[in-house]
Design a protein around this ligand. Structure first.
Ligand code: ZN
Length: 376
């Protein structure tokens, strides 16, 4: 993608730059949309001691600002991505909940254009091959067993931009689909599963590398049957997603996950209601009510997606979970970037990478955001 303002040079002075291994006080040089290892001439912005964190990478998000990725509508997708960009997410996947074949096909086709334009990092198929008993906010009537022909068609329609699929490893044909995904360059993720730890381990051995929103929509961790949670936390190949909104996972349990593995990726799993306040919304074909910021299926208690931004997830990781700022920032940027295989370009403020960043104010909220060297 061509970078606008390609020759623009900016220096952020008096910055507290959050790097993977700690905080460095000083200047951050930006040139041609990337972080520069050497001083540059040009505009100087004095940050007055404020933190600069890498732009957030959200590998699991369904929408925001009233718009959803689900129908593949470009205006909706732009609206959702712009909302999250303003809250620090400079790299975003677009997640699709379970739909029928034609809905998913249309969505993948539409979103592939936006991924080709660099608005999206890719498409995440959350389903449709998920466990009915762990369906969460997915319509149980639309869930199905892994269907390689359907999967191949979606990958083809996505023109290289279907980057991830979440599936339940205990379903018939699931392990073959994991292998097929890996061969097609699609990251396989274990989630919405009623399977045992053994089923999860088999999926990881077959090539799955992510556990989708760890703890949520899977068998709980039990001390005599660790289930997919223990299998994922114990496997050094696996990145675990965490919805750190204080609702899906309580801070004490988030702390355990961070203690167990360096590979926790903060996600929002945000739905269209993010940024919109309380009200009635749709997630795929399901009606969702948001009350006091908490999204549940209409008339039920099942938690639907969240309404947070990555800025919230990051800040809570510091304030509620108690992580050092560089650890929280890494979980919101470098860890998901690595899981997606894009960490040579994004995920940290190291020379040569995209100048994607967020400047924080004193209470760790977002002051302003830069993507590829341009303030947004
Ligand atoms: Zn989701």
């Amino acid at each position: 993608m061509a970078k606008p303002d390609d020759d623009r040079a900016v220096t952020l002075t008096n910055a507290r730059i959050v790097l993977p291994d700690g905080v460095r006080d000083g200047a951050l040089h930006i040139s041609r949309g990337t972080v520069s290892g050497a001083p540059v001439a040009g505009e100087v912005i004095d940050l007055d001691g404020r933190y600069v964190v890498p732009g957030f990478v959200d590998m699991h998000v369904h929408g925001g600002a009233g718009a959803s990725y689900q129908l593949g509508d470009p205006d909706d997708a732009h609206r959702a991505a712009s909302f999250h960009l303003a809250h620090g997410t400079t790299t975003t996947m677009a997640s699709l909940v379970t739909g029928d074949q034609e809905e998913l096909a249309r969505a993948v086709e539409g979103l592939a254009d936006l991924a080709a334009d660099g608005v999206l990092a890719g498409v995440h198929l959350e389903g449709p091959y998920l466990a009915r008993s762990r369906c969460g906010a997915h319509d149980p009537a639309l869930l199905r067993d892994p269907d390689p022909a359907e999967f191949r068609r979606l990958v083809r329609l996505g023109r290289g931009h279907v980057r991830m699929i979440t599936l339940a490893p205990e379903l018939p044909g699931a392990l073959d689909l994991v292998r097929e995904a890996v061969d097609a360059g699609v990251i396989a993720a274990v989630g919405h599963t009623d399977g045992t730890g053994q089923a999860a381990r088999a999926a990881f051995d077959a090539g799955a590398r992510v556990a989708t929103h760890l703890f949520n929509a899977m068998r709980p961790l039990h001390h005599r049957e660790g289930g997919p949670v223990a299998a994922a936390l114990n496997d050094p190949r696996v990145t675990v997603e965490l919805i750190n909104d204080g609702v899906h996972v309580e801070p004490a349990v988030a702390r355990l996950a961070f203690a167990a593995t360096p590979r926790v990726a903060l996600i929002t799993d945000a739905m269209a209601a993010a940024g919109m306040g309380d009200g009635d919304y749709r997630l795929g074909v399901m009606d969702v009510e948001v009350r006091d910021g908490r999204a549940t299926l209409a008339g039920g208690t099942s938690i639907a997606g969240s309404t947070i931004t990555m800025a919230d997830a990051f800040r809570r990781a510091v304030t509620d979970v108690g992580l050092p700022i560089e650890r929280a920032a890494g979980a919101a940027s470098l860890t998901p970037a690595r899981a997606l295989g894009i960490d040579s370009r994004v995920g940290s403020l190291e020379p040569g990478k995209d100048a994607d960043l967020a400047v924080l104010d004193d209470d760790l909220k977002i002051a302003w955001v830069m993507k590829q060297g341009r303030r947004v």
